[in-house]
Design a protein around this ligand. Structure first.
Ligand code: MG
Length: 410
């Protein structure tokens, strides 16, 4: 049966697309290969098997949700999982927008998922929850392929010579340049995919259902690895690649800051938010906390956000005698707003007096708390004298220097 190719989508269509994520399968082969390897724990549904400490589907959802045009992400769940509200909340936190129940065969599940997407003529991509490495650029490319040609399948070109076999013997060598391995997403307009699957051919993927109708399906070559977790070996490979991908996407930013305040009588000495008993304290508009001022400058420096004077002018009456923890909180808000997080901070306090060793651990904990770090090891406080030299040595001033490392994670 031959039919004309699908009409290309109207180019004036909204760019917004839906993705149906199939996560209802049991993953029998993965289960068997894990058990064979000696795994004794409970092996749940494949989409929820742990990959680097997170469910497989969490990686997949986050990757798809990172594509700006994907505004509708339907997860097809097993009936048992549909009743689990906590699970659905978690899936939403990773980017899922809607849920529907799976059917007996994969194609039944996909059909249910398609029916749960908006009926507005948009393109829909069907993706396998077991392909967590899907790259946003490949998602964009396969949707672009369908927008131009009507339907598309993300595919990998065969690199090995391909043999066809019969009863364990090579029956023929297939022309490798013609061989592509179908991956997902597979994309077409919603009603086209629904129509194809409703024909109820026995198919192993959505492109095959379209082919059965004689529809043209465009091959879009994947530019990034996109393996499917089927066996324990695939799980190893995916974990290796995810680790590598994550490292590649982490960037580091270093910042340094310093601060000095004159010491005068009748002012409280506050260091890192901790009040230290002493007969002198820093002269300043705010509380004059040199530890936190140097820390704020280091944070702003690493984030490329200028300096403490620009952010909190000392002409601003609301900062008069302010606790400097307010400045750290505001700087952290801006740092986090850029997607940056603190890895560690190293701070040196320069003071001839008082003796600071009894206060270092309290200052450390205070700074770690202000930075939102659960690990106090990520903060280090050093205290030194200036060997009697200069204003610090003469106890006329005290100073601090801070270094901070920030990372931007994907
Ligand atoms: Mg200062």
């Amino acid at each position: 049966m031959t039919q004309p190719p699908n009409p290309p989508s109207d180019p004036t269509d909204s760019e917004a697309v839906s993705v149906v994520l199939v996560a209802a399968g049991r993953g029998q082969r993965l289960r068997e290969s894990l058990v064979k390897r000696g795994f004794v724990g409970q092996v749940g549904r494949k989409a929820f098997v742990s990959i680097l400490g997170q469910p497989l589907i969490a990686w997949t959802l986050k990757a798809l949700a990172a594509v700006p045009t994907v505004d509708n992400l339907v997860v097809v769940l097993h009936a048992d999982d549909m009743a689990d509200e906590a699970l659905k909340e978690q899936l939403k936190s990773w980017g899922a927008t809607h849920f529907t129940e799976g059917g007996r065969r994969r194609q039944d599940s996909v059909l249910n998922g398609l029916r749960a997407t908006p009926d507005d003529g948009r393109l829909v991509g069907v993706h396998d929850a077991a392909r967590p490495l899907i790259h946003p650029d490949d998602v964009t490319a396969v949707f672009a392929g369908a927008r131009e040609h009507g339907a598309s399948v993300l595919s990998q070109r065969a690199t090995s010579t391909v043999k066809q076999s019969k009863d364990g013997w090579v029956s023929q060598t297939l022309p490798r340049e013609m061989i592509f391995l179908a991956q997902t997403p597979q994309v077409a307009r919603r009603e086209v995919l629904i129509n194809a699957l409703m024909q109820d051919f026995e198919v192993t993927d959505e492109a095959m259902a379209l082919e059965q109708l004689g529809a043209a399906v465009r091959i879009v070559e994947a530019q990034h690895p996109n393996p499917k977790v089927t066996t324990a070996q695939d799980k190893d490979l995916v974990e290796f690649l995810l680790r590598k991908q994550k490292e590649l996407e982490v960037t580091y930013r270093i910042g340094e800051g310093s601060d000095i305040h004159r010491l005068v009588e009748g002012r409280k000495l506050v260091l890192g938010g901790v009040e230290v008993p002493y007969e002198y304290g820093p002269l300043g508009h705010s509380d004059g906390d040199v530890v936190l001022h140097s820390l704020v400058d280091a944070l702003l420096g690493a984030a490329g956000l200028g300096d403490i004077g620009e952010l909190f002018p000392d002409t601003d009456p609301q900062h008069k005698d302010a606790a400097s923890s307010v400045f750290v909180a505001e700087a952290m808000k801006r740092v986090r707003g850029l997607g940056l997080e603190v890895i560690n901070a190293d701070i040196t306090i320069l003071a001839e007096r008082p003796k600071l060793s009894p206060w270092k651990s309290a200052i450390r904990e205070s700074v770690a708390t202000l930075l939102g770090l659960s690990d106090v090891q990520a903060v280090n406080i050093k205290a030194k004298t200036n060997e009697g030299l200069d204003a610090i040595g003469r106890k006329e001033a005290l100073a601090a220097r801070a270094s901070v490392l920030l990372q931007k994670s994907s």
